[in-house]
Ligand binder design. Structure first.
Ligand SMILES: [Zn+2]
Length: 267
C-alpha cells in the first residue's frame, strides 16, 4: 500500500474510533459505542417490561421492600456523586426501578437506565442489606458505566456483521433480542450468556464499592460475600458466579480498592 493510502486509511479509522467511542464515567476509559444511549434505553425499557409481564414477582413483602430500600439508597448515592462531579448528563433518561423476581437462580442484573432485577435465589447468599448492597452496587455500576453499550456494540460486530441496532431490530428482531438476553443472562442457556470482560468487571467492582459506601453500607461486606459465592462454586455454580468468577485475582483487587471506597463511607 502506498504511503498516502495508508495515511488516508489511518485517518478514516481514527475518525471512526473517535465517533464511536465514549468515555466511562469516573474511570475515563475510552469504550466502543456503536449504539446510542437512546436506543439502549428504549430497548431496555421494553425488555424490562416484558420480563415483568412474563415472570412472577416475589410475594414476600419484607424481601421486596429490602430490595427497593437498598436499591433506592444506592440510586441516591449515584445521583449525588454524578451531580457533585458535574456528570449528571450521564444519567439522562434513567428511570430507576427495583424488583424481586420469584426465581431460585442466584442472579441479579441492571439493564440500562437503572432497571434492576434481583432473583430471590441470591438472597441466601447476600444474607443482609450490606450483602445485597454489594450485588446492587456492582450491577448498577455496570449500568452507569454504560458497559452494555460496549457489549452490544461488540455483539453487533461479531454476530450481526456490524449492523447498527435499529437496522438489526428491524431485519433480525429475534437474534437481536437473543443477544440482548445474553447480555443479562435472562432465560438463555448458560453458553449464550455474554460475560462482562475483566476490565468491565474490575470497573464495576471498584465503582460498586464506592457507591455502596456512599449509601451507608460498609464496603468490607464485599469480602465475605464473595467468599460465600466462591464456596458455592462446583458442578452447578450459581448463575451470578458463572459470570462473576470469585477467584483470587478478584479478591486481591477488591481488597486493594477498599481504602479508596472507605473514603466515601458514610456511616
Ligand atoms: Zn459484573
Amino acid at each position: 500500500m502506498k504511503k498516502t493510502q495508508a495515511r488516508f486509511l489511518f485517518l478514516i479509522i481514527a475518525a471512526f474510533m473517535l465517533q464511536t467511542c465514549s468515555l466511562v464515567p469516573l474511570t475515563g476509559r475510552r469504550q466502543l459505542s456503536l449504539v446510542s444511549d437512546a436506543e439502549m434505553l428504549s430497548m431496555s425499557f421494553s425488555q424490562y417490561d416484558q420480563f415483568l409481564k412474563e415472570n412472577r414477582m416475589s410475594s414476600n413483602s419484607a424481601d421486596r421492600n429490602e430490595v427497593k430500600r437498598v436499591g433506592r439508597n444506592i440510586q441516591n448515592a449515584v445521583t449525588t456523586y454524578f451531580a457533585r462531579n458535574d456528570m449528571s448528563q450521564g444519567l439522562n433518561g434513567f428511570a430507576w426501578e427495583f424488583n424481586l423476581v420469584e426465581n431460585k437462580e442466584a442472579n441479579a442484573w441492571c439493564m440500562p437506565g437503572g432497571k434492576v432485577m434481583v432473583y430471590s435465589g441470591i438472597l441466601p447468599l447476600t444474607r443482609d442489606e450490606a450483602g445485597l448492597a454489594v450485588v446492587l452496587g456492582h450491577e448498577i455500576a455496570h449500568a452507569v458505566a454504560k458497559h452494555s453499550n460496549e457489549r452490544m456494540s461488540q455483539a453487533l460486530i461479531s454476530q450481526l456483521g456490524g449492523q447498527v441496532l435499529a437496522q438489526a431490530l428491524k431485519q433480525k428482531p429475534r437474534q437481536t433480542q437473543q443477544i440482548w438476553m445474553g447480555l443479562f443472562g435472562v432465560g438463555v442457556q448458560l453458553g449464550a450468556v455474554l460475560p462482562y470482560n475483566r476490565l468491565q468487571e474490575g470497573e464495576a467492582d471498584r465503582l460498586g464499592l464506592i457507591f455502596m459506601a456512599m449509601a451507608g453500607y460498609d464496603p468490607h461486606a464485599a469480602i465475605p460475600f464473595w467468599q460465600r459465592m466462591s464456596q458455592k462454586a462446583g458442578a452447578q455454580p450459581p448463575e451470578f458466579l458463572s459470570t462473576h468468577p470469585a477467584d483470587k485475582k478478584r479478591m486481591t483487587k477488591i481488597i486493594a480498592a477498599m481504602p479508596e471506597a472507605m473514603r466515601y463511607y458514610r456511616k
